[in-house]
Design a protein around this ligand. Structure first.
Ligand SMILES: C[S@@+](CC[C@H](N)C(=O)[O-])C[C@H]1O[C@@H](n2cnc3c(N)ncnc32)[C@H](O)[C@@H]1O
Length: 241
């Protein structure tokens, strides 16, 4: 199967990634299923809507796939797809991978198992609008682990922030775990202008939308048919106007 730039494909990224020519991508920016939402495998195995939707949310979005692995299998699975991403990146290319507090150590381990040089983490601060937890600390942050394929190839002299403060706007959220487009646009500033960005877990297509809005190119995969269709519609709304 021949894959094309500025296209998304429906299927399992582990099956689709080998179709990409080696050393062809400038950056991987991705947001895999976290397999989080509980300390025990039984609580993690709940549907994603139960795990990640705040009680009383009016807008119902489809459940998504691949979010029920236990800790060891999540670690092995991440190292498998990350190793494929490593092959597809140009030398010096970066991988930026979203995670939560529970899976942060696993992602930083898996990224190194896959061959990357771990460069650090930065924070997505969801602001005080994020889910409160009375008597405890607010669930306000998610994290982005980043790493390079060999020596870091800098594409800009700009110093980007270590904390990105951006609230979720539910009217512009098309996925249970959807990220704000403006946040992804900010992260893309670390990549060269017109860069080709790979997202193996594109969900509702946020990475593609951000690429289109910043003059970059993308390739994306999504296992869920429902989310693939949502992503395709969001992309078409931009490209067909
Ligand atoms: C956290 S969501 C991504 C959300 C996305 N950042 C957005 O803003 O819409 C992860 C996505 O990966 C998909 N997924 C799970 N396993 C997959 C696999 N093996 N290959 C491709 N996609 C997969 C899920 O269906 C889900 O939509």
């Amino acid at each position: 199967m021949k894959v094309k730039i500025d296209e998304i494909y429906q299927g399992d990224c582990l099956e689709l990634l080998p179709n990409i020519p080696d050393m062809s991508m400038d950056m991987v920016l991705t947001d895999p299923p976290y397999s989080s939402g509980g300390m025990a495998s039984t609580t993690r195995a709940r549907p994603t809507g139960e795990k990640y939707t705040v009680t009383g949310t009016k807008l119902v979005r489809p459940d998504f796939l691949g979010d029920n692995r236990d800790q060891r299998s999540f670690m092995i699975w991440c190292s498998l797809w990350m190793a494929q991403c490593y092959k597809k990146l140009k030398d010096g290319g970066l991988i930026l991978c979203f995670t939560d507090w529970r899976q942060l150590p696993t992602i930083s381990d898996a990224i190194q198992v896959a061959g990357f040089v771990w460069r650090g983490i930065f924070v997505w601060d969801k602001t005080e609008a994020a889910r409160p937890d009375k008597g405890r600390f607010r669930h306000q942050c998610e994290y982005i682990v980043y790493a390079s394929k060999g020596p870091f190839r800098k594409s800009s002299k700009a110093c980007l922030p270590g904390v990105f403060r951006k609230a979720v706007n539910s009217r512009e959220k098309f996925h249970q775990a959807g990220k704000p487009v403006e946040l992804i646009e900010e992260l893309l500033r670390i990549s060269p202008p017109e860069a080709l960005i790979l997202d193996p877990f594109i969900g509702s297509g946020t990475t593609a939308v951000a690429c289109l809005r910043t003059g970059r190119h993308f390739m994306g995969f999504e296992l869920s048919e429902e989310y693939y269709e949502i992503a395709a519609r969001r992309i078409a709304a931009i490209t067909q106007n």
